[in-house]
Design a protein around this ligand. Structure first.
Ligand SMILES: *Cc1c(COP(=O)(O)O)cnc(C)c1O
Length: 385
């Protein structure tokens, strides 16, 4: 028997998460949580205020925008954004090229909002010319919803071009920047939006439990009475902060305090530019290494966001995904099954407390496992390009 291999681990001895969130966090972020605070604790209130201000700043929205937190996962923030900003008699055009766009459409329909869909395939960015035509053709559309990085495939949508077209038509833009916020810049001074939703547990490298929406102040002020639920009413949540400095309902205090530490680490790394640079290097090392093993990415490099990479399944009949997944897990690397309808695939994330060394480790493990399975190449069953 060969000597037992020590699996790769995070700073706290856990398997490394090559997933789009929850993801691997630092020891300091987790350690920030080993205290108890009341929700009226002055230390907590100060941390919460700092977190909300820094998030608005990160979005280029200091002075013009306010961050409204929303307890729950990212979807809670997306639902809060749509149901607070789109009036009951409004109409939402959703730009869809993956599961998160579809989910937003479901949210809008359940809330009884009029909906129009502009769909492209999961490996195809939103078509800005078609958006332009759709807005020209339908004056009832009051709001447009776009996903910055569609995590389903890892594709980067042309958010600046989308925002420019929406602004030119005098409509309002809602952005799901869940998987990009903190790593890929969106500057409210150049990209006009009414609201942008993200969460604690993706590129900010906090723990899960808090969503937030960066809201244009004037647009939010006009949203009184729009909400169709009490808990997801961002206008009401913001008013409570203005009046009392408090959350309306129990806040995920530990999550917020950990996010405070995560934001300090983000700043120490050089903010959005620094975090983005590490992720781009992670993505480059991962893609190069996997290609050297024969794997093919779903997306061409020009469309690939440095967040999560979709790989086609290898065609070799000796390849069995569950075995591959389990053996990677045994070696300390947790990957992510595919979520695509266009291709049989799996995904590997580039985000979280991971660096190029971790990516090389994962690629080396993939190579070993292919050899163990008797798979000669990761190449998929595709027609030659
Ligand atoms: C992660 C994610 C969400 C929210 O997912 P939750 O599981 O609710 O946190 C929404 N949109 C995108 C693009 C995402 O990547």
């Amino acid at each position: 028997m060969p000597a037992a291999r020590r699996p790769a681990t995070s700073e706290t001895g856990d398997p490394l998460l090559f997933t789009p969130g929850p993801l691997t966090t630092s020891r300091a972020v987790k350690q920030a949580m080993v205290h108890d605070w009341g929700s009226r604790d002055a230390t907590f209130i100060a941390i919460n205020r700092m977190v909300m201000e820094r998030i608005a700043e990160m979005a280029g929205g200091s002075g013009t925008h306010v961050t409204v937190p929303m307890q729950g996962s990212g979807t809670f923030a997306v639902e809060a954004m749509i149901t607070t900003f789109v009036p009951r008699d409004g109409k939402l055009l959703l730009l869809v090229n993956g599961a998160y766009g579809q989910r937003a459409a479901r949210i809008a329909r359940i809330a009884g909002r009029a909906v129009a869909l502009h769909e492209t395939a999961e490996d195809t960015p939103i078509d800005v010319a078609r958006l332009d035509a759709a807005l020209a053709a339908d004056a009832a559309i009051s709001h447009v919803f776009a996903v910055h990085c569609e995590t389903t495939s890892g594709i980067l949508n042309p958010i600046a071009e989308i925002a420019a077209v929406v602004a030119r038509h005098g409509r309002r833009l809602l952005i799901d920047a869940m998987s990009s916020f903190g790593a890929l810049a969106i500057d409210a001074r150049r990209i006009r939006f009414d609201a942008l939703a993200a969460s604690s547990n993706k590129c900010l490298e906090g723990v899960p439990g808090l969503g937030f929406v960066v809201c244009h102040r004037e647009a939010l002020a006009a949203c009184a009475g729009n909400a169709t639920t009490l808990v997801l009413d961002l206008h009401d949540q913001a008013q409570a902060f203005d009046k009392t400095g408090q959350y309306r309902f129990t806040p995920p205090i530990h999550v917020i305090v950990a996010l405070g530490t995560a934001i300090e680490e983000h700043a120490a790394e050089g903010g959005v530019a620094g975090r983005g640079a590490r992720y781009r290097e992670n993505c480059r090392v991962l893609v190069e290494g996997m290609r050297a093993l024969g794997f093919r990415t779903l997306l061409p490099d020009a469309l690939q966001a440095p967040i999560i990479v979709t790989f086609h399944m290898p065609r070799d009949p000796a390849f069995a995904f569950q075995t591959f997944y389990d053996r990677l897990k045994d070696r300390g690397y947790v990957i992510y099954p595919g979520k695509l309808t266009v291709a049989d695939s799996f995904r590997m994330g580039c985000i979280g407390r991971l660096d190029a060394g971790h990516m090389r480790g994962a690629v080396a493990a993939v190579g070993e496992i292919l050899a163990e399975m008797g798979v000669g190449t990761g190449a998929p069953a595709l027609a030659a390009e």
